[in-house]
Design a protein around this ligand. Structure first.
Ligand code: ZN
Ligand code: ZN
Length: 369
């Protein structure tokens, strides 16, 4: 079928709304009409820094309505409302161990470039394969062809244009705190970087009963939002040395790094107090972080990594827990969202880059939603 997609033709180039040919669902696949999709920093990082085989269709926070299902798909049917997340194999040790976010075939399945394991193409343009199925989705398009393992069915009364980022950004920030760090109530918490992932982490820390909760960011408007969402203290490192300030109070029990900047990762680790744990969430491809092993030893520190739902967590289960928090008013993600029409995708990306939009969400074909 012919779909409309935002096509990236090269590094740091604006996306172009063009027609792309999308294959019909094969066995185990699902065709989803995209109603809304978030824009995540990973999409922007790909466009700006990763030499993909262009052209490419990015996007990995899709939400929509199932149009059709391939052979053998059970439990999903046309008309179901769904949010999409990364795919996984379901068969490797990590998948079998209930950790599909760390699927051992993650790279092969989620960065396949639009080719299935049998070599057939999902996305084509002018008879040529284009890089699709990005992080299992390529949701910057009117339709996504995904595996059933990418699909999380949700109730029809939930707003798809709020739920979309639960598939990556919201899940990643909250998962880092609730699943990977497994924070305890009453312990101190600091987040470095108050973007969508960092603020999701902060909301999760509040849900878990952490305190004090400190947000560190260079943008005053994001610090104001952090205070609104539950931060008890904010630090602007342009005005105050965050590590020095946090260590002066004995250091924090937990630190989340959500900027993807190596120096900030070092700050998050250095801000820990005795027995503290830091989790690195931001993507810092190719960068190196230096740590002082003596400090790690003498203070008994823990440094963890996380992806998507985090450690010991299944996205399809965790997202429903997050939806329960959202319904209870404990995860007010609307405060992070700014809406754009699909055609405004380049403006939305620019707003994300300059910090004016924390979580841009594109609405597609809203009149039919
Ligand atoms: Zn993402
Ligand atoms: Zn797997």
């Amino acid at each position: 079928m012919i779909i409309d997609a935002a096509v990236a033709h090269g590094s740091r180039q604006p996306l172009a709304l063009e027609q792309v040919e999308l294959d019909a669902p094969h066995a185990g696949e699902v065709l989803v009409r995209i109603v809304a999709t978030g824009i995540c920093n990973t999409d922007i990082g790909m466009i700006d820094h990763v030499p993909l085989p262009w052209p490419a269709v990015l996007g990995h926070e899709g939400a929509g309505i199932i149009e059709s299902v391939g052979e053998g798909v059970t439990g999903l049917k046309p008309g179901d409302h769904v949010i999409l997340t990364t795919t996984s194999c379901g068969k490797c040790a990590n998948c079998l161990n209930g950790q599909p976010s760390f699927c051992l075939s993650f790279q092969a399945l989620n960065m396949s470039g639009g080719r299935r394991r049998d070599g057939s193409c999902t996305h084509q343009q002018h008879g040529k394969t284009i890089f699709g199925s990005f992080l299992g989705q390529s949701s910057f398009a009117t339709y996504s062809l995904v595996t059933e393992r990418s699909v999380i069915k949700i109730d029809k009364d939930l707003p798809l244009d709020v739920m979309a980022p639960f598939g990556c950004g919201i899940q990643t920030g909250t998962g880092a705190v609730l699943n990977t760090l497994k924070v305890q109530a009453g312990k101190s918490f600091a987040v470095f970087g108050a973007g969508a992932v960092g603020l999701s982490a902060l909301m999760a820390a509040k849900i878990a009963g952490c305190g004090p909760i400190i947000a560190v960011d260079t943008k005053p408007e994001r610090l104001a939002l952090a205070l609104e969402l539950g931060a008890t203290r904010v630090i602007n490192p342009l005005e105050e040395d965050a590590v020095k300030a946090l260590r002066a109070d004995g250091g924090v029990d937990y630190a989340v790094e959500a900027t993807g900047i190596a120096a900030v990762m070092e700050n998050a680790i250095n801000a820990l107090g005795f027995n503290g744990a830091a989790v690195l969430v931001g993507v810092a491809s190719g960068q190196k972080v230096s740590i002082d092993p003596t400090a790690v030893q003498s203070r008994g520190l823990t440094i963890k990594g996380t992806l998507m739902a985090g450690r010991d967590a299944v996205p399809a289960l965790f997202v429903h827990q997050l939806i329960a928090f959202w319904k209870a008013g404990k995860l007010p993600v609307e405060k992070l969202i700014r809406y754009y029409d699909f055609a405004e995708i380049n403006e939305a990306i620019a707003a994300s880059k300059d910090g004016s939009a924390v979580k841009p969400i594109l609405r597609l074909m809203g009149e039919k939603a």
